[in-house]
Design a protein around this ligand. Structure first.
Ligand code: ADP
Length: 471
């Protein structure tokens, strides 16, 4: 059995006698185990009957402490030593949240009576009251303390109650703490100052100080937590600011590229006309010029749309306009619209689309998703074959776009669905890193899911699942 240097044997001295009702506060279970096991050992040594009403974990701890020095089987068999589970015992006499005197008498009184017939003195330890405190049943707790005091008028026993001091660690627990102290003949402070004085008032003051220390400790812990939260949210904020700044620089670069191309083209045209090179006014040349201008304007428009979508998502105003539509037909339309780009990339297109996959979706938003995934496959597909499949399974439509291009590393794959995240550096391929983020928002708004599977250099597969109906 371990020794507590500050232990002054008060509980085991003749000063603690039948009729006394002490409260022992404790900070750590190990200290309580030490106190109670010594108390039990001393009781057995004096030939007293001992009843311990504690939680299963505490009973284990007490027995472990004792069994190093004592064989408990004899005292337990002869009922000199009785362990009762606090929760079970409490359940035997609690009625509507309050202890019932008659039932309490049956549960505890009859045991004490049997013990008293064989032993001249009885010592009891209980922590049912601490269980009631933990439940927040303070009135039940005080009532039970009073019932113990009433029981002491019928049977002769000394009683020790155990309370965790941290159970009173809120400023508002002061009244409960005082009521508990007031129902006991002796207050025994917790281990941080366990040298017990002869003056009970002093012990009580010490226990009160310990309670205040527990209050401060709790507040400090709360403060530490909120400081950690603050640091965390600051780090998140800094990361968001960095992402935004990076986005702004990529966005301005991206917006400038088509604009610069347009300005150069028009300047060149003007220069040629001024110089008298009228070939630029030939219909074929003008058609080329208009096509190229349209492409650059289209690119500008898409970038601006993406930026608008981002702010819509941020302000929660991305509203779906659902209508009945066929996903397979839409995918074929999108592929038709991208025919020139696909041809330009050199990628062979392999399509497998089941027919009549109809659902209630926002047509233009789903078009945006399909177009983004296929455009990425073209952009990052290295001119190798691209497969597009649309299937239906158990009320869920599935679109899968697979390329054999540059692929994405595992670390980047988890980021690409985030805002402003790009797997490769800004200079490599143009894009704002917004497309997949917007796709995810759209798909999730449809109660669907989107994910990617890829390895660096091994191509990528992006898949979307959409439930056919709104549930
Ligand atoms: P971006 O406009 O930059 O293409 P996305 O959000 O569509 O933005 O994609 C985010 C990043 O994910 C891209 O910058 C690219 O690094 C990576 N990515 C997306 N699709 C593919 C793909 N099929 N193969 C390889 N990388 C891809």
């Amino acid at each position: 059995m371990t020794q507590t240097t500050a232990w002054n044997h008060f509980l085991d001295s003749p000063k603690f006698e039948p009729g006394h009702h002490a409260v022992q506060f404790f900070e750590n279970d190990s200290y309580l185990a030490e106190i109670v096991s010594r108390h039990i050992a001393e009781g057995l040594r004096q030939g007293e009957a001992v009843v311990i009403i504690a939680t299963a974990a505490h009973i284990d701890a007490f027995q472990n402490e004792l069994e190093a020095d004592l064989d408990l089987s004899g005292p337990i068999l002869s009922e000199q030593l009785v362990f009762l589970d606090a929760e079970e015992t409490l359940a035997r006499f609690m009625v509507d949240g309050m202890p019932d005197w008659e039932l309490f008498l049956q549960a505890i009184g009859s045991l004490l009576e049997r013990m008293a017939s064989k032993h001249s003195r009885i010592r009891a330890y209980g922590e049912m009251v601490d269980l009631l405190r933990a439940e927040g049943n303070l009135d039940g707790m005080i009532r039970l303390e009073e019932l113990w005091n009433d029981l002491a008028r019928i049977y002769s026993f000394s009683l020790l109650c155990g309370y965790g001091i941290r159970g009173f660690a809120q400023e508002s627990d002061l009244a409960a703490f005082e009521r508990v102290c007031g129902r006991h003949t002796h207050v025994l402070p917790a281990e941080t100052y366990s040298a017990i004085s002869d003056q009970d008032g002093r012990n009580r003051a010490i226990a009160e100080l310990q309670r205040k220390a527990a209050v401060l400790e709790r507040e400090l812990e709360k403060k530490r937590l909120s400081e950690a939260e603050l640091r965390e949210s600051e780090a998140r904020l800094q990361a968001a600011i960095r992402a935004r700044d990076e986005f702004l620089s990529i966005a301005s670069h991206e917006l400038k590229t088509p604009l610069t191309a347009l300005i150069l083209q028009t300047q060149l045209k003007k220069h040629k006309i001024v110089k008298g090179d009228l070939a630029v006014l030939q219909p074929a040349s003008i058609v080329d010029f208009v096509d190229s201008t349209n492409r650059q304007l289209g690119r500008l428009g898409r970038l601006i749309d993406d930026m608008l979508d981002i702010s819509r998502i941020a302000y929660g105003t991305l509203v779906l306009e659902r209508s009945r539509m066929d996903l397979g037909l839409l995918v074929r339309d999108v592929l038709g619209g991208l025919a020139q780009e696909i041809a330009g990339s050199g990628s062979e297109l392999r399509i497998s689309v089941e027919s009549a996959i109809e659902g209630e979706w926002d047509r233009s938003r789903i078009e945006q998703v399909v177009s983004n995934l296929i455009s990425n496959a073209i952009k990052y597909g290295k001119g190798k074959p691209i497969e597009v499949a649309v299937t239906l399974h158990e009320g869920v439509a599935k679109l899968v776009v697979t390329d054999q291009g540059i692929g994405i590393s595992k670390e980047s794959l988890v980021r690409v669905f985030e805002r402003f995240e790009r797997a490769i550096s800004a200079n490599d391929v143009s894009g704002l890193g917004l497309g997949l983020y917007i796709c995810r928002q759209i798909v999730e708004a449809h109660r669907g899911r989107i994910w990617g599977e890829s390895e660096l250099g091994q191509g990528s597969t992006f898949a979307v699942e959409l439930p056919l109906t709104v549930t």
